[in-house]
Design a protein around this ligand. Structure first.
Ligand code: F3S
Length: 753
């Protein structure tokens, strides 16, 4: 067997070692005496301590050794600022930084890129110099979206990676266990520490049949998101298996694993298939194809492996879905969508069609869409709304251009955006739609929280496959169904034919390595410059350690009603510019969260002055008074992006605990890392009893222990005090973070001792 292959064309000294993976898997199997699912093999095959690891799904914690790390520019700034404070000479695990979030979509590819390069010069220079100094790879703005670049260059079957972006699971389409984490977790791994993860449960998705007509890989995950909901897979890995897997392309599988993030899943993975081999070949990695083919028995579930839950999906009968608005799990089959539109207050005119994002920006996606656009244009039609296209990477863009695909969009009058996140992360300076105007957009993206794309709370965002998006944009109506409806033209009725299967580019992907900057051989003299007067980058000061006392007389900064994603806690869009500056970005803390008392956003009452003011202003006032505070929240608090700012900011402004009905995994872990207490009600109905003016004590902190509840004493301003129990998932190590003030503080303490 070929047991070693270079991890990527761009890493000089990093190798994939399948023989070692095999040894570790065998050791675990001997101990557990049972067959393993595919994701179990890959996770346990990367254990730091195979001999003594405690492996209980949904229960124990694993200490893992990821093989690589990827960070995007919006989260990398804070992660690298933290890494620098660890005082090491180089990153201990192959790491890459990708500039994709800060490019604002407005006028199109070249203009937007030039403007972003000028506007963010300080940030890009900072990131590039840190990469050069500490031995990480740097991908320049315009090179592509992090997950597409990872898929094209770094992902490989059987690997384990972490990324500071919640759609890191995209690499699961190439058989990798790729997990989204907060920056503080990435810093641990960069620093050479093992990474801790609660042993995930495994949800098996059995695919049978073959996609046909209008159904696409995106529809698999849109349908599954409807079934699992935004928190149904929390704490689990979604693992696909069954005959149907063989019929899917590698980038199609990546679409499915990418958007698994919307179900709360830790990650999603496909076992090794021929399509993965072909993709590796097309992207210049025949050595990995050869090695993974010869170790394919490792790269699938063992016979008889058991899942915690199995969901069956018959691809042959799967129909297209459209999910939204406002939440990605509101899945409506296209055949029922007309009715849903008729019953709603959604504007039935499509105001924009957007194709791209890390979920759907592959050569295959865009080629299939071009096929449909060509059909419509041949019938004399034009898009009825602005059409935006963003290829996933420069390699994909150049390949599409080479294959003549981009010409089709030019002819259709589409706006070609840079190879970046753009509107998907709120980096969209949308010109044609006034804020506050009710309108409907259809996108091939993955998220549709209110205000996510254009910062307009009145925009309704509908998620669909790229094929459905293009058909609706040409028709101009939201409720158009390409499978059953036709469009009136001067020559008669036009009806789309379903797009054909598109294979990989005949000559493989174009190489586009000029977007990559490798670290120099001599790094010690590289200077990393942070100006003390910068309003973009700021060195971090360590948070204060816990003073050993119970928290007393805490105020409730805000009692949040309904969904509270990281976009509500720390919105993106214009705020991206402050992602490296904790003090400045804290001015957006919780401005999108709805106050349960007045159902308004960014309007809370200051308990000292009685004044109604914004959430950040009120928090700053409390901080100035030395007043500590909590947030009260509902289910799945912190769902969505992995941004650790959502934990850092409340901590910076004197928050000490978030008390919720439940948490999203990454955010809960981020809170722990920053020394905040993520606490849940043992009785969720207690949420209703808490009032804005209540004072709260958190008692028994000196005895804080894994699995042991703490007591919350609630003191109403006029009424009898009452008590309740709060739960937490802190383990002993994480309790150490709390006591030290943060995980970084603990690392520094351990270093010093
Ligand atoms: Fe970027 Fe949107 Fe993906 S923000 S990383 S394209 S989810």
């Amino acid at each position: 067997f070929r047991s070693r292959a270079r991890m990527s064309r761009l890493d000089k000294d990093a190798y994939i070692d399948y023989a070692l993976l095999d040894t570790k898997i065998q050791q675990v199997k001997e101990r557990l005496k049972r067959p393993l699912t595919f994701s179990e093999k890959i996770l346990y095959g990367h254990l730091d301590n195979v001999e003594e690891a405690d492996i209980r799904r949904g229960d124990s914690y694993l200490k893992l050794r990821p093989a690589r790390i990827a960070c995007q520019d919006a989260t990398a700034q804070m992660a690298l600022i933290q890494f620098m404070s660890a005082g090491l000479d180089s990153v201990k695990v192959p790491t890459t930084i990708h500039c994709d979030h800060l490019i604002v979509a407005k006028d199109g590819y070249a203009t937007d890129l030039a403007k972003a390069t000028a506007d963010n010069e300080e940030v890009y220079k900072f990131l590039e110099s840190v990469c050069k100094r500490y031995g990480a790879g740097f991908w320049k703005p315009g090179a592509g979206i992090i997950h597409q670049i990872v898929l094209e260059n770094y992902a490989y079957p059987g690997g384990l990676m972490i990324g500071t972006d919640s759609h890191t699971p995209n690499a699961g389409g190439l058989g990798m266990a790729a997990i989204g984490v907060g920056g503080a977790d990435a810093v641990d791994v960069m620093s050479g520490l093992a990474w801790e993860l609660k042993t995930p449960k495994v949800i098996g998705v059995n695919l049978t049949g073959k996609l046909s007509e209008w159904a696409s890989p995106k529809d698999v995950i849109l349908r599954l998101a409807g079934e699992l909901t935004v928190k149904g897979a929390t704490g689990s890995i979604i693992e696909y298996f069954g005959e149907g897997v063989k019929s899917l392309s590698c980038t199609g599988m990546a679409t499915i694993t990418n958007m698994g993030a919307e179900t709360g899943a830790t990650t999603s993975m496909f076992p090794f298939t021929e399509a993965m081999g072909a993709y590796l070949e097309a992207t210049g990695r025949s050595d990995i194809r050869e090695a993974s083919s010869s170790w394919r028995h490792l790269l699938r579930a063992d016979e008889g492996a058991e899942y915690d839950r199995v969901i069956n999906i018959d691809l042959s009968s799967l129909e297209p879905f459209i999910n939204g608005p406002s939440t990605p799990d509101l899945a409506i089959p296209l055949t029922e969508f007309k009715q849903a539109v008729a019953k709603s207050d959604w504007d039935n005119r499509v105001s924009a069609g957007l194709i791209g994002s890390c979920t759907n920006s592959s050569f295959e996606d865009i080629s299939r869409v071009a096929h449909l656009a060509k059909q419509a244009m041949a019938a004399g039609l034009k898009p009825q709304a602005p059409l935006y296209l963003s290829p996933g990477s420069e390699a994909t863009r150049a390949t599409l251009q080479d294959s003549g695909v981009l010409e089709v969009f030019e002819e259709a009058g589409a706006k070609l955006l840079s190879n970046a996140c753009g509107p998907c992360c709120g980096s969209w300076d949308r010109q044609e739609m006034p804020k506050g105007q009710n309108n409907s957009i259809v996108t091939s993206y993955n998220r549709n929280f209110t205000g996510r794309l254009d910062s307009n709370p009145a925009t309704k965002i509908f998620l669909a496959s790229p094929e459905t998006v293009i058909a609706k944009t040409f028709a101009g109506n939201l409720d158009f169904n390409p499978a059953t409806d036709s469009i009136q033209t001067a020559a008669g009725e036009f009806r789309f034919n379903p797009p054909p299967q598109v294979d990989l580019p005949i000559n493989g992907y174009q190489e586009a390595d000029d977007g990559y900057v490798a670290p120099p051989p001599q790094r010690s003299n590289v200077h990393v410059d942070i100006s003390p007067t910068s309003n973009r980058i700021q060195r971090l000061k360590p948070f204060a350690s816990w003073n050993g006392q119970d928290y007393k007389d805490l105020t409730v900064l805000i009692k949040v009603s309904g969904k509270c994603t990281t976009d509500h806690i720390t919105p993106a869009g214009p705020w991206f510019r402050y992602r490296g500056h904790l003090e400045n970005i804290s001015n957006n803390t919780l401005i999108g969260a709805v106050n349960a008392y007045n159902q308004k956003v960014n309007m809370v009452q200051n308990v000292f002055t009685g004044q109604i003011a914004g959430v950040p202003e009120t928090a700053r006032d409390y901080k100035q008074r030395g007043q500590q505070w909590v947030v009260i929240a509902e289910h799945n608090y912190g769902e969505g992006s992995s941004r650790e700012h959502a934990a850092l900011q409340p901590r910076f402004l004197n928050g000490v605990a978030i008390i919720a009905k439940s948490f999203a995994r990454i955010h809960e872990s981020n809170l722990k890392k920053q020394g905040m207490l993520p606490l849940t009600f043992s009785d969720p109905s207690v949420y209703d009893r808490i009032a804005a003016s209540d004072r709260i004590d958190l008692l028994g902190l000196a005895e804080l222990a894994s699995g042991k509840p703490i007591t919350m004493a609630v003191k109403p301003s006029n009424g009898t005090a009452w008590r309740t129990e709060l739960l937490h998932t802190l383990n002993e190590e994480q309790i150490g973070y709390f006591k030290a003030g943060s995980a970084l503080n603990l690392m520094a303490l351990n270093d010093a001792s």
